[in-house]
Design a protein around this ligand. Structure first.
Ligand SMILES: [Zn+2]
Ligand SMILES: [Zn+2]
Length: 362
């Protein structure tokens, strides 16, 4: 019987780490040891499995609580418990025992269905994808590789070598808990021999080393909706099997269009005469170009917008806008002719626009 794995050590985090810290640690390690990055490296693969198993439990606050209380690794011999409900591990009762002992509020009072090993709630899977700016605007179908855990095909999820079966734990007789003391004041804790599962595997399955689950990399093609941006979290229902798949999008920036919330912004340079006299200028849109009327006397930084020309909104409420910010293009060098023209301008536009800065403070 393998010892109960130390999931905190596997992720290199403190026992008091926040869910966020755990997630960060997991992501960093998962990236480092991902099979795609380490083809043929068995050590990396083993480490990847270890990290994934640790995150399966610690990444889920409920499972983590149960793990902290001392329940065994999850997703182990659970699905194929050969003992039915018979001598099973009454988790809700067990939770109550613990909360009585430690004054912990376990919540849900009497509500069943909190069992750690018997139930396999849909596990959500999260992954990341990089998109070009155009893909993010238009939507895209992208290939993805997702690591998921599935019942081991060799042992069908029992964790026992084919031809053998998990045995009732001789220490706790399948109850999963051990009691010390007597009568009213006995103290119960998860069985030290079986980790609380109530069963022991004498001949572990060679494929999954007794875990009952194997990590597999699934190749999928997924549809990323139009309008995602850097850091969008797209939910693809059911693709995580059995849970949902969440895809975090990373989007390459565009040279022209900058994201401003739902909208896009484009900087449009104007020449000095255009700003002074007004002009009709051509500006880029997502699907071509449009003409914008720039009024005479347009100031640096003025914004005009084209409604509905922006990307699709992710909440499905129509399309966003493009904002055009006019910036006055001041040349850094002039030819002779231009210099003369500017000189002429200086002669006729010779007022002091700063006068009012000194006309009293109120
Ligand atoms: Zn197996
Ligand atoms: Zn036991």
């Amino acid at each position: 019987m393998a010892a109960r794995p130390d999931y905190y050590k596997a992720l290199g985090v403190d026992k008091k780490a926040s869910q966020d810290e755990i997630k960060k640690a997991y992501r960093k390690l998962a990236r480092e040891y991902h099979p795609d990055r380490n083809p043929g490296d068995e050590k990396a693969e083993a480490r990847f499995k270890e990290i994934s198993a640790a995150y399966d439990t610690l990444g889920d606050p409920e499972k983590r609580k149960q793990y902290d209380r001392g329940a065994g690794p999850f997703g182990g011999a659970g699905p194929a418990n050969p003992f039915g409900g018979g001598g099973g591990f009454d988790t809700s009762g067990f939770g109550d025992i613990l909360s009585d002992l430690f004054g912990r509020a376990t919540g849900g009072g009497g509500g069943g269905g909190r069992g750690p090993t018997r139930e396999q709630p849909g596990r959500d899977v999260e992954t990341e994808v990089r998109l070009s700016f155009d893909q993010a605007i238009e939507g895209a179908q992208v290939p993805l590789q997702v690591a998921t855990s599935q019942p081991c095909p060799t042992c069908r999820g029992t964790g026992a070598k084919p031809g053998t079966a998990p045995k009732v734990c001789p220490v706790c007789h399948g109850r999963g808990i051990e009691s010390e003391g007597q009568g009213l004041f006995s103290i119960s804790q998860p069985c030290s021999n079986c980790g609380g599962s109530g069963t022991v595997i004498e001949d572990p399955c060679p494929t999954c080393n007794g875990a009952g689950m194997v990590r597999t990399v699934k190749r999928l093609r997924v549809n990323i909706p139009a309008g995602v941006r850097e850091g969008s979290r797209v939910r693809l229902a059911g693709k995580g099997e059995p849970g949902d798949l969440y895809v975090i999008t990373h989007v390459d920036p565009s040279r022209i269009f900058k994201r401003k919330g739902d909208n896009l912004e484009v900087e449009v340079p104007l020449t000095i005469p255009e700003a002074i006299r007004g002009a009709t200028v051509e500006v880029p849109t997502l699907h071509g170009s449009k003409k914008l009327r720039v009024p005479a006397g347009t100031k640096h930084g003025t914004v005009q917008r084209l409604r509905g020309e922006g990307p699709r909104k992710l909440d499905g409420k129509g399309t966003a806008d493009i904002h055009y910010r006019f910036v006055i293009d001041v040349p850094s060098s002039l030819n002779k002719e231009q210099e003369q023209a500017v000189e002429g301008l200086a002669e006729v536009m010779n007022g002091n626009p700063r006068a009012k800065l000194f006309a009293g403070r109120s």
